[in-house]
Write a protein that binds this ligand. Structure first.
Ligand code: PMP
Ligand code: GLU
Length: 394
């Protein structure tokens, strides 16, 4: 028998598709996967060397639950250097990816029935993480520029509001939130006494002129009201290594550590040692990957924008395009009716062999998500194929 809690949980649509793709590939189909957002680059060599060295040195045992002090110190330096937030090491916890840090943050901050405001479109896992904590996701749409809609947010605040989630640069829209809107949100948090959870995993992947601002850096008070979550996954091409962290008030970090102590113990020991090398000596690799993503974004944007029925905002960060495809929802190809985003994604997967994620996964059923975390060669081929099958819709 499965618990009610888990029966109500939808599987991750960004990852779930990978099993379907594996099956199609086993059947001999050539599939280009533009679904899961993860860098196609190899992890930079110095990081791999550092992990290998740590293993050879026997750094293969349990570590302190919140992480080795040397990595937490490196994270303290990083948060000061890049984000102008001053933390001490007991305000940092290292976890198996941002996912686990976020899951536990909601567990620690929320009582059953508490409300968590989530601007939408939003990454697929927030809603399920919040529900797992017994809390209630309150979804508030962003404005037409994909920026925070302050009036809608203010109207959604109630006595039960416990957290407002901020994800900038945003998955799936690629929007980078303006400093003005973050300052206003900070005022809301102070006036109505709630927390901010700031998911900053895409902070290094910005191509426009809007700078990344950590909301915790805006004032000493915001530092006390914010849990900043980040990971090495996206910036350092380390998705499979599962290394992330949360920074926040001591009692919140202690709570997360208590959960980790009973559930995963610690992030993998030698991965933590390699994390120090990533944070302290790999800036040039990050910049090289950022530049490659920027070229791909420009290419993919032009191609997607030119497709009939695709209306695409120009993203400033992350590695996704999120075009509105609702104009296609009356179209068909032979007997096949395209009446929503999942139908369009299925059509493109089956007829063009390109995997995309329908916007429904991100609480935005009018859109479809493509990631440009794939080689230029694959992007060219994927767009040629998509253009061909979309052109057949009448
Ligand atoms: N936040 C966002 C916005 C993401 O897109 C992802 C996807 N990986 C995560 C968190 C989770 O990151 P990690 O792989 O480090 O768990
Ligand atoms: N975060 C990436 C995405 O949105 C990877 C898959 C996942 O963790 O959701 O596609």
């Amino acid at each position: 028998m499965i618990s009610d809690r888990i029966r109500r949980m939808a599987p991750s649509q960004t990852l779930e598709l990978n099993s379907k793709i594996a099956k199609l590939r086993d059947e001999g189909k050539n599939i280009i996967a533009l679904n899961s957002g993860e860098p196609d680059f190899n992890t930079p060599a110095p990081i791999i060397d550092a992990a290998h060295q740590a293993m050879l040195e026997g750094k293969t045992k349990y570590t302190q639950t919140p992480g080795i002090p040397q990595l937490r110190e490196a994270i303290v330096r990083k948060l000061w250097r890049d984000n102008s937030i001053e933390y001490s090491i007991d305000e940092i916890i290292v976890s198996t990816g941002a996912k686990y840090a976020l899951t536990n943050t909601f567990q620690v901050l929320c009582n059953p029935g508490d409300e968590v405001i989530i601007p939408t479109p939003c990454w697929v896992s927030y809603v399920e993480m919040v529900k797992l904590a017994g809390a209630v996701p309150v979804l508030v749409p962003v404005n037409e520029d994909n920026q925070l809609d302050l009036r809608v947010i203010e109207a959604a605040i109630t006595d039960r509001t416990r957290v407002l989630l901020i994800n900038s640069p945003n998955n799936p829209t690629g929007a980078v939130y303006s400093e003005t809107s973050l300052r206003r949100v900070a005022e809301f948090a102070r006036e109505h006494d709630f927390f901010i959870v700031a998911d900053e995993v895409y902070e290094k992947l910005i191509y426009g002129t809007t700078p990344h601002i950590s909301i915790a850096s805006l004032s000493p008070e915001m530092r006390e009201r914010t849990v900043t979550v980040n990971a090495l996954s996206k910036a350092y091409a380390m998705t499979g290594w599962r290394l992330g962290y949360a920074a926040g008030p001591r009692d919140v970090i202690k709570g997360i550590s208590a959960i980790q102590g009973h559930t995963t113990s610690n992030a993998t020991s030698f991965v933590q040692w390699a994390g120090i090398t990533a944070l302290e000596s790999c800036d040039e690799y990050v910049e090289e990957m950022r530049r490659a993503f920027e070229k791909r974004r420009n290419y993919l944007f032009d191609r997607v924008q030119a497709l009939p029925g695709f209306r695409c905002p120009f993203p400033e960060g992350a590695f996704y395009l999120f075009p509105d495809v609702s104009d296609l929802f009356t179209k068909r190809c032979g007997d096949r009716v395209i009446d929503d985003a999942p139908a369009l994604a299925d059509y493109i997967l089956e007829e063009a062999g390109v995997a995309l994620v329908p916007g429904n996964a991100f609480e935005a059923p009018y859109a479809i998500r493509l990631t440009y975390s794939n080689s230029m060669e694959n992007l060219v081929e994927a767009m040629d194929r998509i253009e061909r099958v979309v052109g057949k819709l009448v």
